[in-house]
Design a protein around this ligand. Structure first.
Ligand code: ZN
Length: 370
């Protein structure tokens, strides 16, 4: 096992391997890019390569099996456990008590922030000689969350990092980091993972079981360039969440002159959607994706449609609904979201939207509402 096993972002991998081959491992790196494309995974691989005992001078890979590679793995696992345990401590001020950092350490926010004490601990670990490994690697995830009171301290460390340490700052967008910090770090950018790679994961059944042909295309669209999403995707679950929306839209988008819509079906669908508070946000995301799909369908942009397995239906519905009612649908979703945030029944927003959408249909007769 080595860098070969990393999926996607060949440019980022190449950059790191060059650094290793030239023995020019920088003191500070920024890994920036979307969620779920493997930034943390590659940082961990880099930590192994920087320490692997089978890597000779000029080598650019790691074995994953030698005692040092395994030690790195163990240290990361231990830091994950430690982070989890600390986040469960109710009194946030006590979460930093007795921090101990290893030679390779994962640092994440313990509250909304990465706290001053965490950065202080980091500095003292960086400036002590590595304990068990030749090279310290400190991986700071969600680096944009470093508390402002800690940024000066971190900056001092990054200005003159010890030769035995590398700091890897991970964030979605490097512009969220202070310019002074950015200027001390070498940047490695991550992009979305190519569809062919996602397709391979989907084909291997690592993305929600071996799907049918249209299921495969749907899975690729839903993963949207993220390996993490592709690996955790459950297509059956997605289709279950999506069904009430299809009932809702199908009942709403009727042929002109076809009489009143099937209100029973509409209200049954909104009841299903609003039933589980805990799941409502996930349900809303599906609704938003469908609303966007309707707009893309109307504008003739099938390449941007997520629910590609529904293309024919989306085309029929979008033509019947028209741009104005689709926009109202999106506004209705925003309203349902607001109601949910205010702890009011979000179903109300969707019901009101359905009634409004029928009333505004050109030449529509709303029909009796039971
Ligand atoms: Zn090794």
């Amino acid at each position: 096992m080595g860098f070969e096993s990393f999926l996607g972002n060949p440019h980022a991998v190449h950059t790191l391997r060059q650094m290793l081959a030239n023995d020019r491992v920088p003191g500070a790196l920024i890994f920036s890019g979307l969620e779920g494309v493997g930034k943390k995974t590659l940082a961990l691989m880099f930590a192994k390569a920087a320490n692997c005992e089978r890597r000779k001078s000029g080598g650019d890979d790691f074995c994953g099996e030698c005692p040092r590679c395994r030690k790195v793995e163990g240290m990361i696992a231990a830091s994950r456990e430690d982070l989890e345990r600390r986040r469960e401590i109710k009194d946030a001020a006590r979460r930093v008590e007795g921090l101990v950092y290893f030679d390779v350490q994962l640092i994440e926010p313990l509250t909304r922030f990465i706290l001053v004490e965490q950065v202080r601990r980091l500095r003292s670990a960086a400036f002590s000689h590595p304990f068990e490994l030749p090279h310290n690697v400190f991986i700071i995830d969600s680096a944009q969350s470093i508390h402002w009171q800690a940024t000066d301290l971190l900056l001092k460390v990054l200005e003159e990092p010890p030769p035995t340490a590398t700091f890897i700052l991970i964030c979605p967008n490097a512009s969220e980091l202070r310019a002074t910090i950015r200027s001390r770090c070498q940047r490695v950018r991550f992009t979305v993972v190519a569809d062919e790679i996602i397709a391979r994961l989907v084909g291997e059944g690592k993305a929600g079981g071996p799907p049918s042909a249209d299921g495969k295309e749907l899975a690729i669209r839903l993963a949207d360039g993220s390996i993490a999403r592709a690996k955790t995707l459950d297509l059956d679950d997605y289709r279950r969440r999506r069904q009430p929306w299809l009932d809702y839209l199908g009942a709403l988008a009727i042929e002109p002159g076809a009489g009143p819509p099937d209100w029973d079906k509409i209200f049954e669908a909104t009841r299903t959607l609003g039933r589980d508070r805990g799941e409502f946000e996930a349900a809303l995301r599906v609704g938003y994706a469908l609303a966007h799909d309707l707009i893309h369908s109307l504008l003739g942009r099938p390449e941007r449609i997520t629910n590609l397995d529904l293309l024919a239906r989306l085309q029929a519905w979008s033509t019947r609904l028209g741009f104005e009612r689709i926009s109202r649908l999106k506004e209705g979703l925003d309203e349902a979201y607001r109601l949910q945030v205010r702890n009011t029944n979000p179903q109300m927003g969707l019901d009101a939207l359905a009634v409004g959408a029928v009333e505004t249909a050109p030449g529509a007769r709303a029909g009796p509402i039971r």
